[in-house]
Design a protein around this ligand. Structure first.
Ligand code: 13P
Ligand code: SF4
Length: 342
């Protein structure tokens, strides 16, 4: 953790992530969860933004790509998906005959909300030559309308693999889409959606932190605005951000994404320091500060809800057979392209 004592504009709470709770507080719940896991032959998959205590009981913690790869190969009967709704839906599409539960059924995503399937179908009709690439942060109904899915971890590779004679329609994240266009030089029509949490990060705030900590490297998630991505030493998926911090010789990192990621960074990079980029004007009074670097949806899941969804086998992900069938193809295409050698 950094010392903020010499900067009164930064409240300690704004830079520190939720500290790992004393293990004893969660021990009884964790024991119950491990017993249920055995009884149900369940696997617990958790996204990098989940609270530390959920990450600690998970069999696998990772980004959307890693979680999809795990879901595709699991032999468990029950998948407990600790993330948001579209992630659990993806696991269900890959495992139509397994039970998939999500601790909080309301754990959504602003990107998913921005792109209703009917609107996408309407836009697709305007150009029969569209090749639709959907960022995985979308509903199963949208996935069913697409040619291929991508995640932040493989978007560049997926776009590079798109047929050259097609016009790419990229949905629903315009910021990820812009970044991929910069990386590949391939023009794309972009859907106007964004992540409500990542667009709160601003250039001035990151610049102020970088001035204060000139030896810190800046790692940014590609859902962020271009003005912020342009300041980055590395733009990566959440898993890529962790790998960058592990392998880069720097000792200090300014982390521009959801603060849940700091738990793994601290655990896997001993001796290194991580500063959560504030998503507010650091010149304003601490009382004006918000904690926008937390995704309200990701934080709906709690360890209690993980236990409860395993006990009740609900909330359960159910999808119409036609959507399950149609949405599987673009996800499998993504997994196949991802596995190709570079
Ligand atoms: P990653 O696939 O990089 O983990 O991103 C998922 C996400 O929702 C980021 O906001
Ligand atoms: Fe969706 Fe943004 Fe939350 Fe990721 S951080 S799940 S993109 S709202």
């Amino acid at each position: 953790m950094i010392d903020v004592a010499d900067n009164p504009t930064l409240a300690l709470d704004d830079l520190q992530v939720r500290p790992a709770m004393a293990p004893s507080r969660f021990e009884p719940l964790a024991k119950e969860i491990f017993a249920l896991k055995k009884q149900l032959n369940a696997v617990i998959l958790a996204h990098n933004y989940q609270v530390p205590e959920i990450q600690e009981v998970a069999d696998f913690v990772g980004d959307s790509l890693g979680l999809s790869q795990q879901a595709a190969k699991t032999s468990a009967d029950v998948i407990v998906f600790c993330g948001v709704h579209f992630m659990a839906e993806t696991a269900k599409i890959l495992n139509p005959n397994k039970i998939v539960v999500l601790p909080d059924k309301d754990a959504g995503c602003s990107l998913e909300e921005s792109c209703p399937a009917v609107k996408l179908a309407g836009l697709q009709k305007t150009n029969p030559n569209f090749w639709t690439i959907a960022y995985i942060n979308c509903s199963a109904a949208v996935k069913a309308l697409t040619d291929v899915i991508c995640t932040s971890g493989n978007a560049v590779k997926i776009v590079q693999a798109a047929p050259k004679d097609k016009d790419i329609l990229f949905v629903p994240d315009e910021n990820l889409g812009q970044w991929v266009m910069e990386q590949t030089g391939r023009p794309m029509t972009l859907w106007q959606g964004n992540c409500y949490a990542h667009v709160e990060f601003r250039r001035d705030q990151v610049l102020q932190l970088r001035e204060k900590f000139p030896d810190a490297k800046v790692v940014v998630h590609p859902e962020s605005l271009r003005e912020v991505r342009d300041l980055a030493d590395a733009v990566r998926s959440t898993e890529g951000m962790i790998t960058f911090c592990k392998t880069d010789p720097a000792k200090k990192f300014i982390v521009v994404t959801e603060s849940g990621i700091i738990h793994r960074m601290q655990k896997e990079c001993p001796g290194k320091e991580f500063l959560c980029a504030p998503s507010f004007d650091v010149k304003r009074l601490p009382s004006d500060h918000c904690r926008c670097s937390e995704c309200k949806y990701m934080k709906m899941n709690t360890l209690e809800k993980v236990r409860d969804c395993m006990k009740r086998l609900a909330p359960r992900i159910e999808l119409p057979a036609e959507i399950l069938k149609r949405a599987r193809l673009p996800i499998e295409r993504m997994l196949e392209i991802s596995a190709r050698p570079i």
